[in-house]
Ligand binder design. Sequence first.
Ligand code: ADP
Ligand code: MG
Length: 251
Amino acid sequence: MSDPILRVEDLYKSFGGLVAVDDASFEVERGTVVGLIGPNGAGKSTTFNLVTGFYDADGGTVELDGEDVTDLPPEARATRGMIRTFQISRELTGMTVRQNVRLGGQDHDGENVVQALAGTASDREAEIADRSEEILKQLELWDLRDEYAGNLSGGQRKLLELGRALMADPDVLLLDEPMAGVNPSLSDEIIEMIEEMKRNGLTVLIVEHDIDMIMDISDTVVGMHQGRVLTSGSPEEVQNDDDLLEAYLGG
Ligand code: ADP
Ligand code: MG
């Protein structure tokens, strides 16, 4: 019955004396959307960085599709299908929307499924062009394809970050606060995109301040506080968890 694509067990990380992630354990079922919530400082972003390999864990394990990836660098986890979004960096703001998405398929270590599928360089070029067009249309960024990324609104940039990540053809997509600074009209679009990704079989792990959005979109919600996983379950279960409510109220 259970088919976790991601298993996090007893993950531990401290910065100096401060324990940011304290023996956190949770699983992400294949093809589901899992929301990671908790008050500021709960350890959500650190957990993300440990899961994706941007931080080294002091203890515990991360298993991706049955393989222990705890000691693998981020690029190796990316080639195994675990992709996260990144803020559009300063250099990338000077490139167009389309160039950004096309590069999204290449920026890990030059290897990805798009490239592996096609044989010759021109085949690869064509494959990348097709896929980037598809993604841009899906995200309703096609009309903005020749615009510089630096000229986009906050919400449009979030969509572009999503597009770059999708170009890498992830199995598991990690989103850290995809709704931050996004106005309501575009936030609906991002929600729709995540729902569509899920229909396409993608697994999504998402950290988001907007609790309503998380409760709306997630199959499972994991609640953290002071580095620990306090609770996990359906949105209904987690919403009524007294310990988590107290953690939020207590700040
Ligand atoms: P969240 O994303 O849930 O708000 P974080 O994972 O960012 O929480 O932070 C958890 C705790 O770890 C906080 O107390 C934060 O100040 C601390 N922390 C996070 N990153 C670092 C770092 N690079 N160096 C030192 N302390 C950090
Ligand atoms: Mg954070």
